[in-house]
Design a binder for this molecule. Sequence first.
Ligand SMILES: Cc1ncc(COP(=O)(O)O)c(C=O)c1O
Length: 393
Amino acid sequence: MNQRVYLDYSATTPMKQEVLNEMLPYFTEKFGNPSSIHAYGREAKQAVDVARDRLAKAMGAKQDEVFFTGGGSEADNWAIKGIAYANKQKGNHIITTKIEHHAVLHTCEYLEKNGFEVSYLDVDQYGMIDINQLKNAITDRTILITLMFANNEIGTIQPIKEIGALAKEKGIYFHTDAVQAFGNVKIDVNDLNIDLMSISAHKIYGPKGVGALYIRKGVKINSLIHGGAQERRRRAGTENIPGIVGFGKAAELAMETLETHISHTTSLRDKLVKGIMEKVDYVRLNGHPIHRLPGNVNFAFEFIEGESLLLSLDMLGISGSSGSACTSGSLDPSHVLMAIGLSHEIAHGSLRLTIGDFTKEEDIDYVIAELPKVVDRLRQMSPLYEKVKGGLK
Ligand SMILES: Cc1ncc(COP(=O)(O)O)c(C=O)c1O
């Protein structure tokens, strides 16, 4: 029986036992609706307050600046559409990048069909934006800069502090999709001048289907979900109490263990990169060599089909990803890998392996032992590789 090695922490994380323990009573005996004024309702409301407080502390915000949502995608939609429609008297121009998650890109495309203009910034070969290109893109009609904190595929971390300072200086709202960064890097919304920030519980060892949007006090934003008066009249719908409780606990744990989490994932990441680079030829590391998420590895193997590589690894019990979880299954090369300038062929030969708290040293040893063999076997089937190896090219 093969070992089972999960290396897809950027797609989702397993929930921690402490998180589940804290959630469980809210499915059964503590089942109240926080909008009810009786004891059951008050108990549920108090649980939401505790979770909100924990999240606020984890990002340096005030409690009443944190709003729960049904996940990171909803938070992105709310931030972008909410700012666009609330500020359209001031302007109709939004700036983003070509490497955002589809929750941001498709929201921007939707707004373009509805009278807004969007500038999509390029990135360099490492996935980094150019702050001068950002400055030049700003017009007197710009109302929002929405720019991801860290990329979900290649792990590149953007210069968020500089972007926040620029947005503040120009009087433009700054939203960041921090779904991948939160819990992996230290974030203080005031220090970084962030006005709006999306986060999601299932990326930080919490439950799926719950997220949050940080909205700085005073920011002019419309609601996305209309109905009841929940979330201080800004996001209708009976709250997902167990989910919110789990998110709060996961955020608290993430902050308590941030340093050890970063050193654990960074050292395994570096070991994996070194191990593969030493044993395999015609391979490069996608993403920034230094400014990248601690647990992110993304290789581009030449002369290989990423899908075949994934399937072969899956048979060995190794679970990775060929791009973002949302794009796997489609044959189009990832928009992120295209944006950093990879050819279609090399983009198709890319493999993302993301490391987390439960990854062990022996898991990485196993991958370093098996992956080169798989790459070698698949390349034997590539006529081009044979040619290159034989020096015929
Ligand atoms: C950068 C980024 N933004 C947004 C999302 C969407 O979050 P959720 O799955 O909670 O809707 C993801 C999930 O993969 C992500 O990686």
